[in-house]
Write a protein that binds this ligand. Structure first.
Ligand SMILES: O=C(O)CCC(=O)C(=O)O
Ligand SMILES: [Fe+2]
Length: 154
């Protein structure tokens, strides 16, 4: 699923892909300021953050949806990137069940550059999977902040 390093900030715990992140309410002031700014801008109530460090081009996260029950239906996720550019890929999984069928599904590739903000809302987590694939070119470190809205402890 991933080689990458992660840190979790939330009053709630978070379980995904067999990983359990315990509650960690010790927000760094800069991260809390970013969270509050996003909430002011978009009217969401982001209360949690999964921070990801891709150390180089060998770090990655495989195809997944962020559809944990504690995120509720149609979860909003705001993703801010710093450091080296990495490709963020989406593939549509509507009505598709097998890996074989996924060969010909609709795909989108977005290079996420330093300072970029990507918002995933609506049915994105229901209808699409996403990943950050390994790169075969040299890549230096990239930090990605995914702000999430947890409804209860999972
Ligand atoms: O690194 C990214 O841009 C995406 C990270 C991601 O999908 C996740 O942490 O759930
Ligand atoms: Fe994700």
């Amino acid at each position: 699923m991933e080689p990458r390093l992660t840190a979790w900030f939330s009053e709630f715990s978070y379980s995904y892909s067999g990983v359990v992140q315990p509650p960690n309410p010790h927000w760094h002031p800069l991260l809390a300021a970013l969270r509050d700014r996003l909430n002011d801008l978009y009217g969401y109530k982001f209360n949690s953050l999964l921070a990801n460090l891709y150390r180089d081009g060998h770090d990655s996260v495989d195809w997944h949806t962020d559809a944990e029950p504690a995120l509720g239906n149609s979860p909003p996720i705001a993703s801010i990137s710093f450091g080296d550019t990495r490709n963020f890929e989406l593939r549509e999984i509507t009505d598709i069940k097998t890996d074989e069928d996924l060969t010909y599904c609709k795909r989108i590739r977005v290079p996420l550059t330093h300072g970029s903000l990507l918002l995933m809302t609506g049915a994105t987590q229901h209808d699409w999977q996403h990943r950050v694939p390994k790169e075969y070119h040299d890549r230096s470190a990239r930090v990605n902040l995914t702000f999430r809205l947890m409804h209860n402890s999972s």
